[in-house]
Design a protein around this ligand. Structure first.
Ligand code: ADP
Ligand code: MG
Length: 331
């Protein structure tokens, strides 16, 4: 189906026709509110993200189809990090005149395709004009049994720390783009079209394996710190255990400093979680079942030990909050 034009009602009508429904969504696009039904015992988890051109994305670095996918994935990743099943998404858009109708259609195609892949539906939004850049706000709602969703709070001394997938790929792609280079297709894909680890998050939560969980959006150390702050704990991370992709390793052979990027570069959208050591076998089972590698990267220590990194057998204390910040802290 083609998007016939850029008018607000043309867009809403197009989205209404292209969106799939779901049995839980009683009213979706078209009324004043979306109305949804939750199965008994299910709780609603809601997250939102604002994405603005030149701050979060550049249209010369990503195509609109992937931008649509990424707008979904970054939100759904927050639901995955709490062990929720993504259900309803809301898309608010401020569209500049210079965005062509074909590009807008590509964006919607990517957005709706990703919704379907994650088992969610577009349930509403808002559409207006922008006099400057493209901006969007996506709200994602998911559901989880009241007993199974996972917060950042539950990590305890002695727990193993695990990470899904590989880290640093997205940060390396961004660094290469900024330097005017063409990243390897794999790295670029990891940056422009990340995958939210929904199935893995659901299984880890459902089995009661993840005691505390977070998705890596600001960088491994910064996001681990969030877990430590909320759990009142410390941690030791073994650098030799960090899961790095082959393209990342190839670049690191020429530039060993890149290891720092694996620790601090953001937008990996992998899951970091703490689990009791006696459940390592079950964690490996979920990795096998979902086909997503899960690596043990360290362990939880007591709060007074802070955050340490083991490099060549020696533990080095890490300075705090090395992740991405939109505003510098001021007095
Ligand atoms: P209202 O003026 O009552 O807020 P709108 O005209 O803004 O209603 O929206 C009409 C319907 O279209 C609503 O159901 C709204 O959720 C949906 N909608 C508007 N923009 C979008 C969008 N960008 N994506 C999905 N649904 C949208
Ligand atoms: Mg409105």
């Amino acid at each position: 189906m083609k998007l016939p034009g850029r008018g607000e009602f043309q867009i809403i009508d197009y989205l209404r026709r292209c969106s799939s429904g779901s049995p839980e969504l009683i009213e979706g696009i078209g009324d004043d509110c979306a109305v949804a039904d939750l199965a008994p015992g299910q709780q609603l988890l809601t997250t939102t993200d604002l994405l603005t051109e030149s701050v979060h994305f550049r249209l010369d670095w990503t195509d609109l189809f992937n931008l649509g996918r990424k707008a979904v994935s970054v939100n759904v990743s927050d639901l995955a990090a709490m062990g929720a099943q993504p259900r309803f998404l809301f898309l608010s858009l401020a569209i500049p005149d210079h965005l062509e109708v074909g590009s807008l259609e590509q964006f919607f195609r990517g957005f709706l395709e990703a919704c379907t892949e994650y088992g969610a539906v577009l349930a509403g939004g808002d559409t207006c004009r922008s006099n400057t850049d493209l901006a969007m706000s996506v709200t994602a709602q998911g559901t989880a049994p009241a007993t199974s969703w996972v917060s950042r709070r539950g990590a305890e001394v002695g727990d193993d720390i695990y990470l899904t997938g590989t880290i640093g790929d997205s940060g390396l792609a961004l660094r290469q783009l900024r330097a005017g280079r063409d990243p390897d297709p794999f790295l670029l894909q990891r940056h422009c079209n990340p995958t939210a680890r929904v199935a893995t998050g659901l299984q880890l939560a459902g089995a009661g394996l993840a005691k505390a969980m977070i998705d890596i959006s600001d960088g491994l150390l910064a996001d681990l710190e969030h877990v430590l702050d909320r759990s009142g704990a410390g941690a030791v991370v073994e650098l030799s255990a960090l899961p790095l992709s082959q393209p990342f390793r190839t670049h690191m052979e020429k530039d060993p400093q890149l290891l720092d990027l694996a620790l601090t570069g953001g937008e990996d959208y992998e899951l970091l979680f703490a689990a009791a050591p006696d459940r390592a076998g079950e964690v490996a089972g979920i990795s096998e079942q979902t086909g997503v590698p899960i690596s043990r990267i360290g362990r939880i220590t007591d709060r007074t030990s802070g955050l340490g990194v083991v490099r060549d057998g020696a533990t080095v204390a890490m300075p705090r909050t090395r992740g991405y910040k939109h505003f510098p802290e001021t007095a």
